[in-house]
Design a binder for this molecule. Structure first.
Ligand code: NAI
Length: 309
C-alpha cells in the first residue's frame, strides 16, 4: 500500500537544501502540499537569499506537485505558518529541520556562537511549532518531527553549543508529545546522519540524505504509531534510541563516603531498565520509599544499602 499525504499541508523548515529538500520533494510527490521554508544563508547562519527555497519549489512544481516558498528565519514561526494558511488553508505537518553550525572549541566559543545556535535550533523549533499548534489542536490532527543529532546524545568536540541545543530539542519534542496526545498531535525526534552542506562528509554516496527521507516521511504520516520517540536514520540503517538507567542502590543516610564505597553498584548498568514516563519514574521512587518505610516500621535498617528494583 502506497503511503500518501493527499489533502495534508506540511511545513518543512530549511528545505532549500540537504535533508529538508528531500523531505519536501518526497512529500510533494506523495500528494502533500508543501511550504518550502529556507532563509538561504550560509552554513554558519550568515547572509540570506530566496533562491534556495525557490529552486526546490520549482522542482516540486515541475514534477506536478504543489508547493510555496517562504524565506523567513525559523525564529519567525508565525510568518511561516501564515504562508501555509494563506496558500493552503491549514497545516498538518511541521518538520523542524533548519539548522546551522558554529563549531569551535569551548575555550574559543563566543557568546554569539552560543546564542545563534540556540536561536536557530531551539527558538526556531519553538516558534514554528508554537504558531502551528493552535491549528493542529483545533483540527485534532498534527504531526511534528524535530531534528536532533548524535552530538546531542554522545557529545562532540567543538560542538558544546550545538550538542546543548540539539539535546534541548529532545526534551522539547518529548513534552510536546505529552501535551499533544489528547489532540491527536504526535511529536517525535529524528537523529539523521547524512552527507550535506553541514557535515561536508567525504562519504557522500554512503550517506545520501535520501536514505533518511523514508523514516521522516513515515514519522509524519497519519499511520505512524509512536509519539515521544527518538529514531535514527543514516547509511540505510534505521533504529530506535531510548534512555536506559541502571538498577541503582538504596543507601540510607548516605555520605560522600557511602557513595564512594558503593560506587560500583550505584553506577552499574548490569540490569538496565527503560523508564517510559515521568509518572513511571515517580512510581518507582514511591515504591522504594514505601519499602524503606516498611523496613523502618519493622525495626530493621539497611545501612549497608539494599537494591531498588
Ligand atoms: P543543510 O545545511 O544542508 O540544510 C539546512 C538548511 O537550513 C539550509 O538550507 C539553510 O539555508 C537552512 N537554514 C539555516 N538557518 C535557517 C533559518 N534561520 N531559517 C530557515 N532556514 C534556515 O544541513 P542538513 O545536513 O540537511 O541538516 C538538516 C538538519 O539536520 C539540521 O537541523 C542539522 O542540525 C540536522 N542534522 C544533520 C546531520 C547530518 O548528518 N547531515 C546530523 C545531525 C543533525
Amino acid at each position: 500500500m502506497a503511503l500518501r499525504y493527499d489533502n495534508r499541508v506540511a511545513i518543512v523548515t530549511g528545505a532549500g537544501g540537504g535533508l529538508g529538500r528531500t523531505y519536501a520533494l518526497e512529500l510533494a510527490k506523495r500528494g502533500c502540499k508543501v511550504v518550502v521554508n529556507d532563509l538561504g544563508g550560509d552554513r554558519h547562519g550568515s547572509a540570506g537569499s530566496t533562491s534556495m527555497a525557490d529552486k526546490v519549489v520549482g522542482e516540486i512544481k515541475a514534477a506536478g506537485g504543489q508547493a510555496v516558498a517562504n524565506y523567513n528565519s525559523v525564529e519567525e514561526g508565525e510568518k511561516i505558518v501564515k504562508t501555509a494558511i494563506d496558500a493552503f488553508g491549514r497545516v498538518d505537518i511541521v518538520i523542524n529541520n533548519a539548522g546551522i553550525l558554529r563549531d569551535t572549541s569551548f575555550i574559543n566559543m563566543k557568546e554569539v556562537d552560543w546564542d545563534l545556535i540556540f536561536k536557530v535550533h531551539v527558538k526556531g523549533a519553538y516558534s514554528v511549532t508554537k504558531a502551528a499548534w493552535p491549528y493542529m489542536k483545533d483540527q485534532k490532527y498534527g504531526r511534528v518531527v524535530t531534528t536532533s543529532s548524535n552530538a546531542a546524545v554522545y557529545g562532540n568536540f567543538g560542538q558544546v553549543n550545538y550538542s546543548a541545543a540539539k539535546h534541548a530539542l529532545i526534551g522539547f519534542s518529548k513534552s510536546l508529545a505529552i501535551e499533544g496526545a489528547k489532540y491527536n498531535i504526535l511529536s517525535n525526534t529524528v537523529i539523521p546522519t547524512a552527507g550535506s552542506r553541514l557535515t561536508q562528509t567525504f562519504m557522500i554516496d554512503a550517506l545520501k540524505p535520501e536514505y533518511v527521507t523514508p523514516l521522516v516521511l513515515y514519522m509524519v504520516h497519519e499511520n505512524f504509531p509512536e509519539t515521544g520517540g527518538l529514531f535514527e536514520a543514516g547509511a540505510q540503517w534505521y533504529g530506535h534510541l531510548q534512555y536506559y538507567r541502571g538498577e541503582g542502590k538504596v543507601l540510607e543516610n548516605a555520605t560522600v563516603e557511602t557513595i564512594h564505597d558503593n560506587w560500583k553498584a550505584v553506577s552499574s548498568m548490569d540490569k538496565p531498565k527503560h523508564v517510559a514516563s515521568i509518572s513511571e519514574q515517580s512510581a518507582m521512587l514511591m515504591e522504594m520509599l514505601g519499602e524503606l518505610d516498611a523496613k523502618k516500621q519493622a525495626g530493621g535498617s539497611s545501612s549497608g544499602g539494599s537494591s531498588s528494583s
